[in-house]
Design a protein around this ligand. Sequence first.
Ligand SMILES: *[C@@H]1O[C@H](CO)[C@@H](O)[C@H](O)[C@H]1NC(C)=O
Length: 360
Amino acid sequence: MFKFTSHTIVNNNVCEIYQPLSYFASIWMVAGVMAMTKMNLFQSVTSALDNTLASDPTAVIFGEDVAFGGVFRCTVGLRDKYGKDRVFNTPLCEQGIVGFGIGVAVAGATAIAEIQFADYIYPAFDQIVNEAAKYRYRSGNLFDCGNLTIRAPWGCVGHGSLYHSQSPEAFFAHCPGIKVVIPRGPVQAKGLLLSCIADKNPCIFFEPKILYRAAVEQVPVESYTLPLSQAEVLQEGSDVTLLAWGTQIHVMREVADMAQEKLGVSCEVIDLQTILPWDTETVCKSVVKTGRLLISHEAPVTGGFAAEISSTVQEECFLNLEAPISRVCGYDTPFPHVFEPFYIPDKWKCFEAIKRMINY
Ligand SMILES: *[C@@H]1O[C@H](CO)[C@@H](O)[C@H](O)[C@H]1NC(C)=O
């Protein structure tokens, strides 16, 4: 079997070593060895968009500044390659961007909208939750906008302050009819984005902006997909399950190493990957084994998606729990500027939570 081993260059303290991925192995068994090249996360997003524009003549990409490459460079070169009718700028109006995207998708094309920052997705909230998410249901499946994908940079970046740091996934997780996906690195970003584009439901794809340039991996040049609604166990362990997504998964891996070294505690690390609909089975199976669950995200703790997971897990795994489920999340404040290092759920806060669970 072909073994997938990625070469990872690390900076920003974000460290990642990918496991062999068996689904790639099966793709490569069919296709022969796929061409791979080094990409960081923004380049793997560009590559996914490039594949889509090349293979699907109806695909269009639009948003603020996407024509010249986007503020994070995710659409670099695509207008020159595919023309200004397929990659184009929109007015500065998020409600308009998503409304237009719904129309494009309903009319039969593949619509890929960019919202420049997840913090600015709120003007489009009505279009997403009242129109996109309900279109199929309210037409009795006569019409749908499943070919709409909305991409947006997401999460903290070190200096983003109130309006360039937010993680709004929980707002959308409350809305049946859409999917919400967040990748942790270049290989996942490309495979999951292509799955969102192919999916028959409107999808929101949040890209951790601090990871855009953090690490480089070998990523297949051709198109491939990774399954939605499937969490990935990155490290097996027996004492505590650590659950996160996006940037926070890298913190969890570091915490798992600390717990092993300093406490002799064995942690299982799970990347949820899809927030809605989420993979309850993988998470609950792990908690039945470990008896302890720590969930961590940057978004404020109250009403964050960790609360939903915690509720489901206590329903499903009550008799297996050795300690209360622990949430280490952002505080219930606006995202701060100079106080960002105190706000984020860093490895020390997570490590303390593990100690509390073990000593419970
Ligand atoms: C969505 O895209 C697929 C693949 O291009 C196409 O077969 C389907 O008809 C599209 N859906 C709608 C509602 O246009």
